[in-house]
Ligand binder design. Structure first.
Ligand code: B12
Length: 221
């Protein structure tokens, strides 16, 4: 049987090459070998996307190749996700999640959804390219405690600020905690737009979500 390192490396290679069948095969091997599913996703899948990005920036890869890698990663994640184990939250809450308008990069957002759901949060996923007003409507409709927004492009990031401004305008900013994330979103920028937190990845999002909900409930008494 292949070692842990070999399995992760082979999964990573399959994602870089956009090889769907190999990605599925090595995700299954990882399960059979009893590896930590989240570690395989991050050390294999997310690391692979960093390499894909380098190849894209060097103009060795173009959008179709990047898309094949994204599809291969997603297929692997689908196999691995039922095996992710995380500690459940003591304060189950509703989270509205989505990728802001103009942006269709949803791999990161989907990972955040998988992790928060595994931790016992009720995730209402609005998907990608979400019209900004829709975030506000969903928060009101579901009476959600948390909002998570994702943006992978510098051109779409400002949408997050618009949503936070809309929350203020609607008088509901103090009813919901806001987490933002995605490659170009820095903690400084998150702070500057009035977000409550910018977890660096899907795993950190769990602890941050738990803390924010506790803060919110504490405030409500
Ligand atoms: C895969 C990919 C694609 C795929 C997306 C497939 C999909 N279903 O998502 C495809 C091929 C479709 C694509 C298209 C395009 N892409 Co693209 N893409 C990428 C790439 C290589 C990887 C992104 C990724 O999936 N990473 C892996 C995941 C796991 O990481 P992540 O998304 O960062 O998420 C983690 C954290 O950020 C965080 N997180 C993310 N969201 C959230 C939300 C919350 C609430 C929290 C708490 C945390 C959190 O947790 C996640 C998991 O741990 C990036 C490169 C990069 N550096 O990001 C370019 C990149 C984002 N793309 C880029 C571009 C330019 C495009 C296109 C315009 C190309 C074109 N000419 O058509 C289009 C845009 C289409 C659109 N309107 O959105 C640029 C953006 C540049 C900019 N302006 O900022 C990048 C940076 C590439 C580059 N170096 O130029 N792309």
């Amino acid at each position: 049987m292949a070692s842990k390192e070999e399995i992760i490396e082979n999964f990573k290679k399959a994602v870089i090459e956009g090889n769907l069948e190999e990605a599925k095969k090595w995700a299954e091997e990882a399960i059979k070998a009893g590896l930590d599913a989240y570690e395989v996703i991050t050390q294999g899948g997310a690391k692979a996307m960093e390499v894909v990005n380098e190849l894209y920036e060097k103009r060795e890869y173009f959008v179709p190749e990047v898309l094949c890698s994204a599809v291969a990663l997603q297929a692997g994640v689908d196999i691995l996700k039922p095996h992710i184990k995380v500690e459940k939250t003591k304060v189950p809450s509703k989270v509205i999640l989505g990728v802001v308008e103009g942006d269709i990069h949803d791999i990161g957002k989907n990972l955040v959804k998988i992790m928060l759901s595994a931790a016992g949060f009720e995730v209402i996923d609005l998907g990608k390219d979400v019209p900004l007003q829709k975030f506000i409507e969903a928060i009101k409709e579901h009476n959600a405690e948390l909002l998570g927004m994702s943006a992978l492009m510098s051109t779409t990031m400002p949408g997050m600020k618009k949503v936070i401004d809309l929350l203020v305008q609607e008088g509901i900013r103090d009813k919901v905690k806001v987490m933002v994330g995605g490659g170009p979103v820095t903690p400084e920028w998150a702070k500057s737009i009035g977000a409550d937190a910018r977890p660096k990845d899907a795993s950190e999002a769990i602890d941050v979500a738990k803390r924010l909900v506790e803060e919110l409930k504490g405030k409500k008494g």
